[in-house]
Design a protein around this ligand. Structure first.
Ligand code: BDR
Ligand code: CA
Length: 313
């Protein structure tokens, strides 16, 4: 089968970085048409820079990276330096990238690509707030039926929130954008905290990256070492969740994940629960299902996949 064409929309972020490396290490399964940066974990200038650092680490200075929206649709930007550090990629020392940032705006690239490629052949993979995707849908509604699928990291239900008691970070930062995407009618696969909090690093898992003996393997080990401290202190867990790579792993091995096709609505109004993904897991409403909402993962197989694919870079 031909590799699946994707656009990665991202706010790197150490876990975004691992997701991008997984995609670039899997050319037989995935063709990355471009990487679009959005403001999220850190401001846009840093996410656009970090995306290029990661491409160069993967030996892919030819990849096209586009900068997109620098703020959410309706609210001021909330960032997560408390998790990812000041640069967004804190941990190992990284050089500034030398590859160029594309001149075209990320939203224009998304629109142009979806119009140029055959209908139903491009999958969008958002790993950060949904501002770029929602802006593209608002500006060019004709592209909505052309999207093959959206596979995104965001939301939480049984696991509740990580940035507020009710909301997960990516959805909380731009709930208005998330509401547009969840209502768009595009086939949607959601990797919420319910999944990603089961995809925890452990000492042996981190050491398996280091043991690859490659620069990407070493960087992933250093990033996860940095990233771990926050979740270990917060949750008392044994390691840190690698959230965003779940999206790319799903494209390669969907059988690693289990979930339910249900209705998921985004809360945009209430101060207390803004950004909550109200997931009708028990199907107690008559609202039409709009998302495959995942809840389970084979974490050992997920880490085996990560190590083997990143090991090729
Ligand atoms: C999500 O928020 C970011 O901090 C991570 O990169 C991930 O996309 C997890 O809530
Ligand atoms: Ca992210």
């Amino acid at each position: 089968m031909a590799p699946r064409k994707i656009i990665i929309d991202t706010d790197p972020g150490q876990d975004d970085a691992v997701a991008i490396l997984l995609a670039l290490g899997s050319p037989e399964d995935i063709e990355v048409l471009g990487i679009t940066a959005v403001a999220g974990n850190v401001p846009l200038s840093l996410t656009a820079k970090n995306a290029r650092i990661i491409c160069e680490l993967a030996g892919r200075a030819d990849m096209r990276v586009f900068a997109g929206c620098d703020r959410p649709l309706a609210h001021t930007l909330v960032t997560a330096e408390h998790v990812h550090g000041k640069t967004g990629l804190d941990g190992p020392q990284m050089d500034d990238p030398t590859m160029p940032l594309q001149d075209q705006h990320a939203v224009d690239f998304i629109i142009e690509t979806l119009r140029a490629e055959p209908v139903g052949t491009v999958t969008l993979c958002p790993l950060g707030p949904l501002t770029n995707i929602a802006t593209a849908f608002q500006r060019a509604p004709d592209i909505i039926p052309r999207v093959q699928e959206i596979v995104l990291m965001g939301g939480a239900y049984f696991e509740v929130g990580n940035i507020t008691p009710a909301a997960e970070f990516n959805i909380y930062v731009d709930p208005e954008a998330a509401a547009i995407v969840f209502k768009a009618g595009v086939p949607l696969v959601v990797m919420p905290l319910d999944v990603t909090h089961k995809a925890l690093t452990t000492r042996p898992r981190v050491e398996a990256f280091r043991a690859l003996g490659t620069r990407p393997g070493h960087m992933v080990a250093e990033w996860t070492d940095f990233f771990e401290r926050f979740d270990m202190e917060k949750y008392g867990s044994q390691g840190a969740p690698l959230h965003d790579p779940c999206v790319i792993a799903y494209l390669i091995e969907p059988g690693l994940f289990t979930g339910r096709y249900i209705n998921v609505e985004i809360e945009t109004v209430s101060d207390l629960t803004r950004g909550m993904t109200v997931a009708d897991w028990w199907r107690v409403t008559s609202r039409a299902p709009n998302a495959m909402f995942m809840g389970g993962i084979d974490a050992d197989a997920f880490y085996r996949l990560l190590v083997s694919r990143i090991g090729r870079l």
